[in-house]
Design a protein around this ligand. Structure first.
Ligand code: ADP
Ligand code: S3P
Length: 169
């Protein structure tokens, strides 16, 4: 389906909720560019996010994230944007998302996400003894922020990524 997008489509949700995977499907379906904010950040900092967290700490990462997100959202070329799971923590980012994008919250349970990310070692916030508990904590803190910025909430429980993308579309 080809149509003219008059705003960016931004995907928000916990790490592992499927923002990058589903964002790629949607961009292909709508023939618009796809941008993964995490990838844009890594291009900007010249190392992986994991390395940057270890070297510089989370507050500096959040500064870079805010700068990169604002730059991407100011692009007049409309695109599908997969945000990082913590982008909604800063009020400035929430304001930018609400002003410049149609926002879709990919809501997935911590239980389902923990299963998906069992073998993933690239997400610094989940490199802890009990990643499931960490996901529960992240969910408790962030779910209200995801809901605050969201124009749509899409639940993907038990669906494949392609089915979730279809539901979002
Ligand atoms: P995010 O960008 O939100 O961190 P990803 O798109 O990287 O999430 O997805 C994390 C992992 O979960 C990937 O291995 C991806 O293939 C898988 N995944 C994403 N969406 C689904 C889904 N609906 N069902 C099953 N696995 C999924
Ligand atoms: C983060 C999520 C990551 C990445 C960084 C911080 C978070 O993105 O931005 O590791 O705070 O939840 P994903 O949601 O794509 O894993």
């Amino acid at each position: 389906m080809n149509f003219v997008m008059d705003a960016h489509i931004a995907l928000v949700g916990l790490p592992g909720s499927g923002k990058s995977t589903i964002g790629r499907y949607l961009a292909k379906r709508w023939s618009v560019p796809f941008v993964d904010v995490d990838v844009a950040i890594e291009e900007h900092i010249g190392c992986t996010i994991r390395e940057f967290f270890a070297k510089e700490g989370e507050p500096k990462f959040r500064d870079v994230e805010q700068e990169v997100l604002a730059r991407l959202l100011s692009n007049p070329q409309k695109m599908v944007v997969a945000t990082g799971g913590g982008a909604v923590l800063r009020p400035e980012n929430r304001q930018q998302l609400m002003a410049y994008a149609q926002v879709v919250y990919l809501s997935a349970s911590p239980h389902e996400i923990a299963k998906r990310l069992q073998r993933d070692t690239q997400r610094p916030l989940l490199q802890v003894d009990n990643p499931f508990q960490r996901l529960l904590d992240l969910h408790a803190i962030r779910d209200p922020f995801y809901k605050e910025v969201a124009d749509f909430v899409v639940a993907g429980g038990g669906l494949s990524a392609a089915q979730v993308a279809q539901r979002v579309a």
